[in-house]
Write a protein that binds this ligand. Sequence first.
Ligand code: TYD
Length: 203
Amino acid sequence: MERGRFITFEGIDGAGKSTQIDVIEKALRDRGIEVIRTREPGGTPLSETIRRELLSVDMDPATETLLFFASRAEHLAQVIRPALARGAWVLSDRFTDATYAYQVGGRGFPAEKVESLEAWTHGDLQPDCTVLFDLPPEVAAERLARARQADRFEQEDCEFFTRVRNAYLTRAHQQPHRFMIVDSTQDKEVVSAHLREVFSQWQ
Ligand code: TYD
């Protein structure tokens, strides 16, 4: 059986990912595709336990990076790889690009260390498509302030999110075959209509 597609969703906090992932999930299900919707950090009971610690406890950037990859290794083994192998499509709210953006871009953690963890954990498997929801941190912050209680990452300042955003954009421009950049300052309905159209056909 042909392996399923692996689609990931990225962007700074407040970019409106969740609503648009709903739209894509529906477009794919309407085509009769088996879809597994998941997230990082998280996606398995152990990875969700790691998530709670990551979002609430202050820690050294090395510990933080290793925990993201520990959570990811479990997620790959229990959910992502088995689903793709049986032909299902996996939609993951964040994946390794988030580590490059937040830990390397945001925190200044060395990129080479993340590269070696990536090669070790999933050197053989990369997303087929990564949708990057892009918008200025000032706009995202305004949306977040209205929405909910901030976690440990969402409490970072605008300069942090500017570095995260730039790191995402740099990766997107380096790997244009995989990334699709969406302008998240647009009206929500306009973005949804565009994504619905793309994913009702995307192979
Ligand atoms: P997310 O699920 O998008 O948060 P929420 O449920 O609040 O929308 O992601 C949790 C946070 O973890 C987010 O601020 C980004 C951060 N993160 C990293 O710093 N590195 C990573 O590798 C991943 C996957 C997430």
